[in-house]
Design a protein around this ligand. Structure first.
Ligand SMILES: Cc1cc2nc3c(=O)[nH]c(=O)nc-3n(C[C@H](O)[C@H](O)[C@H](O)COP(=O)(O)O)c2cc1C
Length: 343
């Protein structure tokens, strides 16, 4: 029996139970899966291990019904955890054999992952693995330094590899139109008391001992979310200030990009999550940070507007900004013990 790690960020590669059973090895690898990003840091995933197989379930108890009524972002978050697990499997020398949504009658079962044959992973995969523990959502302002074109092309390739696409907004007109849409999205969302209440429920004081939610230290100073929770919930007029700050931060970011898919089913959301995490890991391996401004995708009418602005048909899933910038501390995670399902 191997010791369980209480904080997954502390996982050490050297502690991989090479002589353990497949189930023990799979349990160890889940420490990497749970380091994935998730909407409001809800960590909406549960896992079940049987021998050399892991089942990934959506934990709909962590849903965000106001901002994400269809569990689209919830499924994207689970897709990001799935990608981490796949990369970790390959890093430790096993093929990642994945069945997405294997049981149509059981929509909560998002994927079944088997530990496949022994393989030698490529250098690129080891690089992505190293980035899992260094990735964070970085909401600070980025430097003006441009991201080189070959890195942008590699990010697009990473999205394609998982069945999604990435459009990088190039012209000033496009960047400005999307920044305006983000600002409008802030105003629409923050007018809604249900949205504010849901957000407030997941923002935590910086010294909180909770293992989920967004600690204030991860937020930009002056951000709406950096107000104490009850104030966010009660204050209506924060929307305009937030809109102005978000417009400015969007316009000032070297890269503004839309990750999307051709179709908009749970299967595509799971793919988008894997594409997102593959991109984020690659970006981090190149010293680049990312954060999200998803407001226009979360408001249905605005998603349509954004969709019509893009050069290709399909469905926007995530709106990202990227660039170089200062370090960030990690946000809390539940331990593997807490996300192992006892179904
Ligand atoms: C599907 C999804 C949607 C997200 N939407 C937003 C967003 O709109 N704004 C934001 O600031 N962060 C957003 N995030 C980032 C999460 O808040 C962040 O991943 C979480 O708090 C954990 O922190 P970490 O990414 O630094 O580990 C999103 C993340 C995911 C996976």
């Amino acid at each position: 029996m191997f010791e369980l790690i209480s904080n997954p960020w502390d996982v050490l590669e050297s502690e991989f139970p090479a002589m353990g059973t497949p189930a023990e090895q799979m349990r160890f690898l889940l420490n990497y899966a749970v380091l994935a990003p998730s909407g409001h840091n809800t960590q909406p995933w549960l896992f079940k291990i049987e021998d050399d197989t892991i089942e990934l379930y959506a934990d709909r108890a962590c849903a965000l019904p106001v901002v994400d009524p269809d569990d689209r972002e919830l499924t994207i978050s689970c897709g990001a955890a799935l990608l981490n697990l796949r990369i970790a499997l390959r890093h430790f020398g096993y093929r990642d054999v994945v069945q997405a949504l294997p049981e149509p009658d059981n929509p909560d079962l998002l994927a079944r992952i088997h530990m496949g044959d022994k393989i030698h992973a490529g250098e690129e995969e080891h690089v992505l693995f190293e980035a899992i523990r260094r990735r964070r959502t970085n909401r600070q302002a980025f430097e003006q330094r441009e991201v080189p074109a070959d890195i942008l092309a590699a990010l697009q390739k990473a999205a394609h590899a998982e069945g999604a696409w990435l459009i990088i907004l190039q012209t000033e007109d496009d960047r400005s139109a999307v920044a305006d849409l983000i600002a409008l999205g802030d105003r629409v969302q923050l007018r809604d008391k249900h949205f504010r209440r849901e957000l407030a429920a997941w923002v935590r004081p910086s010294r909180s001992q909770r293992s989920d939610g967004i600690p204030m230290y991860a937020l930009r100073f002056g951000d709406l979310m950096s107000y104490p929770g009850p104030l966010v919930e009660r204050t209506f007029e924060l929307g305009n200030g937030q809109a102005a700050r978000d417009r400015q931060i969007a316009r000032g970011s070297p890269v503004l990009a839309v990750l999307g898919t051709d179709v908009d089913t749970a299967y595509d959301w799971l793919a988008a999550g894997q594409a997102l995490e593959r991109m984020l890991l690659y970006a981090r391996s190149q010293g680049i940070w990312a954060s999200f401004l998803n407001q226009p995708i979360e408001v249905p009418d605005m998603r349509l507007t954004l969709q019509n602005m893009l050069e290709r048909a399909g469905f926007p899933q995530m709106l990202l900004r990227m660039g170089y910038g200062p370090e960030m501390p990690p946000t809390p995670r539940r331990s593997v013990r807490e996300v192992l399902s006892v179904i």
